[in-house]
Design a binder for this molecule. Structure first.
Ligand code: CLR
Length: 420
């Protein structure tokens, strides 16, 4: 490890970290050569699991309604997204690392091609945009035309150092999954997390508390996270409970199913409210599922706002560990951004978002889209508060803002400069 004193001062600087990556100067060995804007691709790397719910069209052998079977399939997909989102850097880079800080308007696009034998998956397209820089907010839209699926959402973080030396991260935002042909929608909230292993310079993520999935058909699921040692001795443990409705979750013993295991590995499922054992049926083993690699255009064909083109030289510096290159190339991007903001100020204009817009739900009828309906069903706050906050929670106190970022598909369909 290069220079433990620089690591110690870095960890100390985390104490004042608020989610703005630019304020952190980290030693090169902990830098990821990847922009944070790329991270939203983790929502759809398991394309097979993403489309699986849409393939369920008949009452199963177990006589369960299709909507309930689909809810279970959505939970399988959700577990796979967690593996992508929260373990993939540790497995490819050796530990969690500090991503590059996306600039305003940065774009990341790509596609997952159909690798199934029978062509049932179809192509899945990805369109990510950095919609805000202060605070940093990334929005994403994912579309599978063949199965008529749209997944969209946005993400923002707030971070703080805990007394025990781990970095606590609260996520804001949510994800909305739509199966258009089935007229079925799901609201998915984001888990809180913390970074462990900072003091020994080998950070990794642990999820905490709960996230929720609400289906427009009424079904409601809670997914509770613990680190190593709570439910049992394994890392990345979770316990999910599936109910007919949120109301049922308030009563005792109303669980339709209980699922426990590792979200990055195997989990088992049992009917009712008691936790399954390993002799109960396997729910899914995520480690045996296949994540597909996103196809991204070669850098020379990319638009200048696209992540990998814009950050290419910085990423090179990180890979070769050359602090001077990293610093010089980063400064070029930051200065160009400052310059742009100044020009806009002089001209009295502002940066125009490309494919996303802010929707203020306080000014719209409740049925404007699925969001308010689903949040209501699940008793979730629609205010701009940390994800998974319930209605009436003290975190809502004094917050009036009900604006959220939404994908404007029409704008994306009309895009001519930035191609997938
Ligand atoms: C971003 C949105 C994704 C899920 C996700 C995964 C990992 C998180 C990341 C989000 C935000 C930034 C994050 C990262 C893990 C480490 C990194 C919190 C929530 C911080 C900024 C790195 C700090 C520097 C360390 C090396 C100490 O869908």
């Amino acid at each position: 490890m290069s220079g433990s004193s620089s690591w110690t001062s870095f960890v100390k600087s985390l104490a004042s970290y608020n989610g703005d990556l630019a304020s952190l100067t980290a030693p090169p060995f902990i830098l990821a050569p990847t922009s944070l804007a790329e991270y939203s691709q983790y929502w759809a790397e398991y394309t097979e699991l993403l489309v699986a719910p849409t393939q369920i069209k008949t009452v199963g052998e177990d006589k369960e309604p299709v909507e309930l079977q689909r809810m279970l399939a959505v939970i399988r997909w959700y577990l796979a997204t967690l593996k992508s989102q929260y373990t993939s850097r540790a497995s490819t880079l050796g530990s969690e690392k500090k991503p590059l800080n996306p600039f305003l308007g940065e774009l990341f696009v790509g596609k997952w091609v159909d690798e199934s034998d029978d062509g049932h998956i179809g192509e899945t397209d990805l369109a990510i945009e950095q919609v805000s820089h202060h605070p940093p907010i990334t929005a994403y839209g994912i579309e599978n035309k063949k199965n008529n699926i749209v997944l969209q959402g946005y993400n923002r973080i707030k971070a703080s150092m805990s007394a025990t030396g781990s970095l606590n991260v609260r996520q804001f935002g949510h994800s909305i999954l739509e199966f258009k042909d089935l007229n079925e929608q799901y609201l998915v909230t984001l888990p809180h997390l913390h970074l462990e292993g900072l003091l020994v310079a080998a950070p990794f993520i642990e999820l905490e508390q709960k996230s929720y999935i609400q289906s427009s058909a009424g079904y409601y699921a809670t997914i509770e996270f613990t680190g190593r040692g709570y439910f049992y001795g394994k890392k990345n443990s979770f316990k999910a409970k599936v109910y007919k409705s949120y109301e049922d979750s308030l009563k005792k013993g109303k669980e339709l199913y209980t699922i426990t295991g590792q979200w990055s590995g195997a989990s088992n499922i049992a009917k009712g409210s008691s936790s399954p054992t390993s002799s109960d049926p396997l729910f899914v083993d995520i480690s045996k599922q296949k994540a597909q690699t996103l196809q991204v255009k070669p850098i020379e064909k990319q638009h200048e706002l696209e992540s990998r083109r814009a950050w290419a030289k910085v990423a090179e510096g990180i890979k070769t560990g050359d602090m001077n290159v990293i610093h010089a190339e980063k400064s070029k991007i930051e200065n160009a951004q400052r310059e742009l903001r100044l020009k806009e100020k002089e001209a009295g204009t502002t940066w125009q978002n490309r494919w996303y817009e802010q929707v203020d739900y306080s000014k719209l009828p409740e049925d404007h889209d699925a969001f308010v309906k689903l949040a209501k069903l699940a008793n979730l706050s629609i205010k701009n508060v940390p994800s998974s906050t319930l209605k009436g929670d003290s975190k809502e106190d004094g917050v009036t803002d009900e604006t959220h970022w939404r994908f404007n598909r029409a704008k994306f369909d009309k895009e001519t400069e930035v191609l997938i």
